[in-house]
Design a protein around this ligand. Structure first.
Ligand code: PBG
Ligand code: MG
Length: 337
């Protein structure tokens, strides 16, 4: 057989032939974005019957626990498989030892129970990290010198993950970047009988400036006071290291791995998928959401088309799914097609 390359190019090969009609464009399409790819991050607040806006994330709302059931039914009807929960913790419940993180009756734990009770088939992921619970806004415990200590933090993360599993979380998602926490959490889950609780590891999580609006949304920006997370989150200059991180977390028992942020790190998603061939997720983070919205609101970018194009890029890079604040918009657009 003669390949098109051997036969030479134009005019034998006209790539535009395949693009001339909609039917052939559809047949040639290599990647598809579907509702099955979407995970919606949800912010929960204390109180009753209340919804709050997030200034730096237009369209994103923080909900009280009693409003989650209705939300869950809407998301499920839209075909969204899962949500990722983030509690906005009252400053009075923050402490140096982050003990509120594993309170069986904490906000996250109550939110999980409410969601699983309302719509059992909607998957619930929880964030395992201490930043909403520490008085300083760092993801772990701090020593006198301001260093985030690894092993003591891991012990608290294990308690937190167990409390989420006990509340009914389907997936615990450690986003803290301590070394060894996946293995410790996996051992504890096995020991306590939560053998089917999944772990999605934020394995390649970068010390990124794109998390700013999220820190506003959960109210940790003020505590952090410009403090850096560079002693545990990855250096944006590295990608070999991302493979090392992901390989370790898989060895320790992660079921799925995540790369975060998303669009600026699609090269990392591709490398991880190519080299490790495991379920790989990416997080289109708050800063990516905010900058898209700013352009939409100024009329500089076409909202609907750009939302779908931005998410399709993740599929092309090899992601199996995407955590995105656009999940509901995208699901509506995909359903309407
Ligand atoms: N453990 C904290 C956490 N979990 C998810 C995000 C960011 C999500 C986003 O920006 O959308 C962060 C912020 C951080 O690491 O400072
Ligand atoms: Mg690691």
């Amino acid at each position: 057989m003669t390949s098109s390359l051997q036969r030479g190019a134009y005019p034998n090969t006209r790539l535009r032939r395949l693009r001339a009609q909609d039917f052939s464009r559809r047949l040639m399409r290599e990647h598809q974005l579907t509702c099955d790819d979407l995970i919606l991050p949800l912010f929960v607040i204390e109180g009753r019957d209340e919804t709050q806006r997030v200034a730096s994330m237009p369209g994103v709302e923080r909900l009280t626990v009693d409003r989650l059931a209705k939300k869950a039914r809407e998301l499920s009807a839209l075909g969204i498989p899962a949500v990722a929960l983030f509690p906005v913790v009252d400053p009075a419940h923050k402490s140096a030892d982050a003990r509120a993180a594993y309170d069986a009756d904490g906000l996250a734990q109550r939110a999980v129970r409410e969601l699983k009770n309302a719509v059992p088939e909607l998957g619930v992921l929880t964030d395992v990290a201490l930043d909403p619970f520490t008085s300083h806004g760092q993801d772990g415990l701090m020593d006198d010198g301001g260093y985030i200590v690894n092993d003591d933090t891991v012990e608290v993360l294990v308690q937190q993950a167990l409390s989420h599993a006990a509340a009914g979380a389907d997936v615990v998602a450690p986003s803290d970047m301590m070394d060894g926490r996946i293995g410790a959490i996996r051992d504890a889950l096995e020991r306590e009988g939560y053998v089917n609780t999944m772990i999605m590891s934020y394995a390649a999580k970068y010390a990124s400036a794109y998390y700013g609006p999220f820190r506003d949304a959960v109210g940790s920006a003020g505590n952090l006071k410009g403090g850096s997370k560079a002693s545990y989150q990855m250096d944006p200059a590295n990608s070999d290291e991302a493979l090392h991180e992901c390989a370790l977390d898989l060895q320790e028992g992660a079921d799925m791995i995540m790369v975060k942020p998303g669009m600026p790190y699609l090269d990392v998603v591709r490398r991880v998928k190519d080299e490790l061939r495991v379920p790989t997720f990416a997080y289109q983070v708050s800063g990516e959401y905010a900058m898209h919205c700013a352009a939409f609101d100024n009329g500089w970018l076409a909202r609907e088309a750009v939302i779908l194009e931005s998410l399709l890029a993740f599929k092309r890079a090899g992601a199996d799914g995407i955590l995105t604040y656009f999940a509901e918009d995208a699901a509506r657009l995909l359903q309407a097609r």
